[in-house]
Design a protein around this ligand. Structure first.
Ligand code: HEM
Length: 125
């Protein structure tokens, strides 16, 4: 069975990341968390998702072990932020010219990872 990366294709992955961060940087809930260059975070996420979806280990080659939860610790992320992140992802996926079943598969793979990034409890900000 082909990987998600192979089925999605590089062009659609790039489009997904592009549309996703346009939504994130305009999102009333989570845009405040993003303080660095939009193009840089897009590129990092493109490298990361390439390997997350079963493609070459592009992120690790350039930046080392992802340790995503640790890399997110400087950013206070609550449940509501994870939900907003996933909502941006869902809308970015909806814009892609690929099968609905592939969009569903990608979204389902990202849900637990997004929830794992939550690093502050409500009332604990
Ligand atoms: C749960 C909600 C999430 C929030 C609010 C969030 C927020 C952030 C923020 C604020 C940054 C730093 C951006 C900057 O440098 O300005 C970041 C970096 C990053 N995020 Fe997330 N994130 C979330 C979930 C995820 C998930 C689920 C993934 C992967 C599937 C992910 C992958 C990354 C990557 C690869 C980076 C770059 C790390 C680096 O500096 O090398 N994030 N995220």
């Amino acid at each position: 069975m082909q990987t998600i990366f192979e089925r999605l294709g590089e062009t659609n992955l790039t489009l997904l990341v592009h549309n996703f961060y346009d939504l994130v940087f305009a999102d009333p809930q989570i845009s405040r968390l993003f303080k660095t260059d939009k193009e840089l975070i897009k590129e990092k996420q493109r490298l990361f998702l390439t390997q997350f979806f079963g493609g070459p280990q592009l992120y690790s080659r350039q930046y080392g072990h992802p340790q995503l939860r640790a890399r997110h610790l400087p950013h206070p992320i609550g449940d509501d932020d994870a939900v907003a992140w996933l909502s941006c992802m869902s809308r970015a996926l909806a814009s892609l010219p690929v099968e609905e079943s592939l969009k569903d598969e990608i979204f389902k793979k990202l849900v637990p990872t997004a929830m794992f990034m939550v690093n502050r409890g409500d009332g604990n900000e």
